[in-house]
Design a protein around this ligand. Structure first.
Ligand SMILES: Nc1ncnc2c1ncn2[C@@H]1O[C@H](COP(=O)(O)OP(=O)(O)OP(=O)(O)O)[C@@H](O)[C@H]1O
Length: 307
């Protein structure tokens, strides 16, 4: 599959300290690529390098198959971006802001303003001054501005910051639509897993300037392991019986005192029978699947999940 963005050993240092170290991203055409990591992980710096706002200390960036240089204006013209909070002329209306942007970009297709306003659901209030806009409306206007020139690649830094749940859903649906219907590749950063797990095709996990993992959501779905959870008031005794009498080795007691068995081949009826025979009172037995959150926490904590 063609890669829209590729970074090779991308590195940026400030005052001798690397805030992005040897990052290799591979963003495929037509996908939603989520960059996930806690505040300060280096996500914004990576996005700024990809959009030529910050120069790498070392490494290379390839966009649309071409190497990004100081003079890659054409490549940049094929992208739409929101890096940090979008800034507008507050006294001007939404439409006037978009008209100015078109002029600035040398893009003279006035029809696209209507289309963009419609896509982000701002058509009815395009004549309002931006200073009267809520944060969510400004965010949507930012997206309208970013898609105005019909970019092939949309780069959005924390686009869901500060939105309420309804606003988040609207924006999320918009992203999926832009990707699926318009074939736009989206690169989205976030520090909140829940914001991108529902839409991303691939996720890059960053921490402390490093890329810890680049992994497809399909792969993650297969990796999130199943386990059997037993609820009992006698967890130590239950664990002892499971290990020593039933010879099950992969047993863990959680902080909440529940027992987890990471081998789902053992029939639950057999487990219950064995425990009851050794006088362990059981309240419940369930088969469960590890959450995505567990998976990402294990990556951030240096867990051994390998893509
Ligand atoms: N211009 C700069 N000068 C010095 N340090 C900087 C500069 N820009 C970023 N940094 C530092 O680089 C590190 C990564 O910052 P960056 O903004 O890329 O992280 P982030 O993952 O986007 O987090 P956030 O969501 O908080 O923006 C931080 O420690 C930040 O303080």
């Amino acid at each position: 599959m063609t890669h829209i963005v590729k970074t090779k050993q991308l590195t940026r240092a400030y005052g001798g300290k690397e805030v992005v170290s040897n990052v290799n991203l591979n963003i495929k055409q037509g996908e939603i690529y989520g960059m996930l990591g806690p505040n300060g992980a280096g996500k914004t710096t990576v996005l700024k390098m990809i959009t030529n706002l910050v120069k790498p200390t070392a490494g290379e960036i390839e966009i649309f198959g071409e190497r990004l240089t100081d003079t890659s204006y054409q490549l940049l013209g094929r992208m739409g971006t929101i890096i940090e909070n979008p800034i507008f002329y507050d006294k001007l209306t939404a439409r006037e802001n978009l008209e100015l942007h078109c002029e600035y970009m040398g893009y003279h297709n006035k029809k696209s303003i209507n289309e963009a306003l419609e896509l982000v659901n701002l058509k009815g209030i395009d004549k309002k001054a931006v200073k009267q806009f809520s944060l969510g409306m400004k965010q949507r206007l930012g997206i309208a501005r970013a898609i105005l020139t019909k970019p092939e690649l949309l780069i959005l830094d924390e686009p869901i910051n500060g939105l309420d749940p309804l606003g988040i859903k609207e924006i999320r649906d918009l992203f999926v639509m832009l990707c699926k219907q318009y074939g736009i590749t989206l690169l989205i950063s976030s520090h909140i897993l829940g914001e991108i797990e529902l839409i991303a095709d691939t996720i890059a996990v960053m921490n402390d300037g490093k890329l810890l993992q680049e992994v497809s959501m399909d792969h993650i779905a297969k990796q999130t392991t199943e386990y059997i959870e037993i609820t009992t008031n006698e967890s130590s005794k239950a664990a002892y019986v499971l290990e020593n009498h039933l010879h099950i080795s992969n047993v863990r007691i959680t902080d909440a005192g529940q027992i987890r068995i990471y081998d789902c081949r053992i029939p639950q009826s057999e487990l219950m029978k064995g425990l009851v025979m050794h006088d362990v009172a059981i309240e419940a037995v369930h088969k469960k699947k590890g959450s995505l959150e567990d998976y990402f926490l294990s990556i951030l904590n240096g867990g051994g999940v390998v893509a």
